[in-house]
Design a protein around this ligand. Structure first.
Ligand code: GDP
Length: 386
């Protein structure tokens, strides 16, 4: 499906940058336009692939290009003030050619955390195309302020978008990695999963497996109804020459059985392995299974079996399935999109920690005011200068 990507804040910009690189690497064609919005000049300059004219600096009058710190209320405020600047860049997007907007942001910071929900609200008011969010949750070790920001932003963002796709940094970090190196790797994991999903809806027809190819409307229907979504992915390297050979010789008995079994177990692995946001799979309202890989390794039965398995696992009658044939990757994979998930312990934990952090901040602030008043109180014996 064709997307207009908008990366908000540092994490959002970097992920969108990575989406552009991925799209051109796999010749996916799912990125129609890419815009980066930030209140920090340096972050915009650090991007590699987003075109210069599509990098929008906001909040200059207030923060002079230095960012909003981790103040997401200020992030929301400068976005409201400078929404026309962002709209200026969106005016260059051929909106009639896109299937949806996708706003990407780290939920724990300031600019993206505060700005992404404001932009979602704005876009929904103007356009009829769906507006999706891709929200990145902070690691639990990032501290109270990031957790509080994320929980408040999440609450707002999910309300303003048509569906919020979620990626949790916490479950994807590895020990012993530098923060920067870690993010580079994590960003590649993000774009591989969501990128393959969106590219799947962008395959030209006329392919020999075209009848079972996933269409953008299937992704849109899976995401419709709102709420939160998560994605699973599992892949296996295949020797594409063996598949080709068997299709040349017409000996497809080997192909069929092996391809079906492989796909069924990949769908299970994708679903039961590490999701972008861990959740109880049975709480999903809708789902989509996409089989990806060289066409000679894909068959209808494999996707159908995987789809049926997911139906049983989720108890949902709304599980769609299809192919995304790729000729240049020696990998067969399964992408599983679970939409409308409700049993998500991580979100509950995030909210609990955030409420605690909010209460503690209020108490500390009130105490500090009292203590300062006590400190400065001389019982009226000392006069200030003026
Ligand atoms: P902003 O620029 O004020 O919107 O804030 P940032 O985007 O720098 O940070 C917000 C949150 O995003 C942080 O708390 C991190 O959890 C996360 N983050 C920052 N950079 C990256 C990145 O490159 N990749 C990922 N996955 N997360 C990031």
């Amino acid at each position: 499906m064709k997307l207009a990507l908008i990366g908000f804040g540092q994490a959002g910009g970097k992920v969108v940058d990575e989406f552009l690189a991925f799209d051109s690497r796999i010749d996916g064609g799912f990125v129609e336009s890419a815009i980066a919005v930030n209140s920090a000049t340096a972050d915009l300059q650090g991007l590699e692939h987003v075109p210069q004219q599509d990098r929008v600096l906001i909040g200059q009058a207030r923060v002079k290009g230095h960012g909003v710190g981790a103040d997401n209320e200020l992030g929301a405020h400068v976005t409201e003030e400078d929404i026309d600047e962002i709209q200026g860049a969106i005016d260059r997007v051929p909106v009639h050619e896109i299937d949806a907007f996708l706003i990407v942001a780290g939920m724990g910071g300031g600019t993206g955390s505060g700005g992404a929900p404001v932009l979602a609200k704005h876009l929904k008011r103007i356009y009829t195309e769906p507006v999706y969010g891709l929200g990145v949750l902070p690691g639990t070790d990032e501290g109270g302020i990031y957790t509080l920001n994320a929980a408040r932003s999440f609450q707002t963002f999910v309300r303003e978008v048509d569906n919020l796709l979620v990626f949790d940094n916490d479950v994807w970090r590895s020990t012993g990695e530098s923060v920067e190196g870690g993010y580079d790797r994590i960003n590649r994991e993000i774009v591989e999963r969501f990128g393959l999903l969106f590219a799947a809806g962008e395959v030209g027809h006329g392919d020999h497996v075209a009848e079972s190819v996933v269409d953008s409307s299937e992704i849109i229907n899976t995401l419709s109804g709102g709420g939160i979504s998560t994605v699973g992915y599992a892949s296996e390297t295949v020797d594409s020459s063996s598949g080709l050979l068997s299709s040349f010789t017409g000996d497809d008995s080997f192909d069929e059985g092996e391809a079906t079994n492989r796909m069924t177990s990949l769908v299970r692995k994708a679903t039961l392995g590490r999701l972008t946001l861990p959740c109880d799979v049975s709480s999903a309202e809708r789902g989509l299974v996409v089989a990806t890989g060289p066409p000679e390794h894909l068959n209808r039965k494999g996707v159908e079996r995987g789809r049926q398995w997911l139906e049983d696992e989720t108890g949902s009658m709304e599980i769609r399935g299809g192919d995304y044939p790729t000729t240049d990757r020696e990998e067969v994979g399964a992408i599983v999109l679970l939409s409308g998930v409700t049993d998500v312990p991580r979100i509950q934990q995030l909210q609990e920690v955030a409420i605690e952090a909010q209460d503690r901040t209020e108490t500390v602030r009130a105490n500090a005011q009292d203590e300062f008043a006590t400190l400065m109180d001389t019982g009226g014996e000392l006069d200030a200068l003026f």
